[in-house]
Write a protein that binds this ligand. Sequence first.
Ligand code: UD1
Length: 370
Amino acid sequence: MKVMLVIGARPQIIKSAPIIHKASKDVEIDLQIVHTGQHYDFEMSRIFFSELELPDPVANLGVGSGTHAWQTGKMMIGLEKTIKDLKPDIVLVPGDANSTLAGALAAVKLHVAVAHVEAGARSYDMGMPEEVNRRLTDHCSTMLFATTENCLNNLVKEGIPSGQIHLTGDTMYDALLQHQMKFQRTQVLERLGLRAGEYAVLTAHRPENVDTPETLKNIVEAMIQLSESTIVFPVHPRTIERLRVSDLLKSLKKAEHIRLVDPIGYHEMLHLVEKAKMVFTDSGGLQKEAFLLHTPCITLREKTEWVETVDLEANVLVGNSVEMVVRKAREYLATENLKTKLKKLPNPFGDGNASTRIVNALKDMIPVDI
Ligand code: UD1
């Protein structure tokens, strides 16, 4: 089975790593990795290949940054040619980035089957580009690898035949388990001068938060008000630019309890999240990783695709109102033994064997004409 895996954005590399390792060891699968070049900075791409010990892609399309249509279109043009050259039986696309949608569209239009890793996640908010990418990708996929029971139900509700859906669990959980020994040994706390349980982690990069100056200002204001807690903020390149343009970077730098750092790699980030008192984020992946590491999460959004974490009360949606963010954070800060409580929750993200199920399903696939 010739499988072409399309990746390009940071979280896609993490989600694919366990599949790449499993497939590379399997004689029945010939896996070729194609990088779109959506992310290109060392801290956004290369570091993950190195930490996750991944082979180099067979091609890098070097697309880079741009508007959604430009970026997705340019990727599609490059991927169309790559698919024609590599002639895969199936194109595998993980997650919900523009690289995901570009891979799915380029393949389906060439009548090549598409398999989607992380199918069925829904925030039901089409204002988020990721929701558009997820829905369209699912509806041009032949094989849909649903992360959770809820994801599977969403797909069934949308009329996808159940024979095409495989409940696999989350490959991000597989990756986290496989790297536990490594991430727990990093020196990130020493490097940043932090003490376990005595700081919070913040990440914010979603366009709905950082591209609107008013919204970004609210997040910054909330963080400044929370002066009773050290806050570590690894800043995404999109966000640093917006903070600069809107003149908010200066106020953040002035706040002594806030530590601005460059984007950090996989191992250090997991270690940082595991030892944090709480996480503030608008990332999808980090909501899940906080849950899996038993760290309470405050999500800076009105809606999430990972509703499981909210239903289990390990995560709370606060949008971007200063008052809501500060109130919830103070509530978490005042609660004892939160981590112990979170450790007792059931885990909806599988058993750490999602990648095995995915690779087995790919091998069992009978090539179809679509
Ligand atoms: C993308 C994904 C998002 C994911 C995120 C992880 C889409 C629609 N969104 O958002 O779901 O959570 O990746 O990071 O695909 N930039 C750099 N260096 C890089 C990459 C980006 O400086 O290596 C800057 C550029 O200014 C660029 C901006 O970041 O314009 C945004 O990058 P982009 O590829 O549009 O998507 P992300 O915001 O990273």
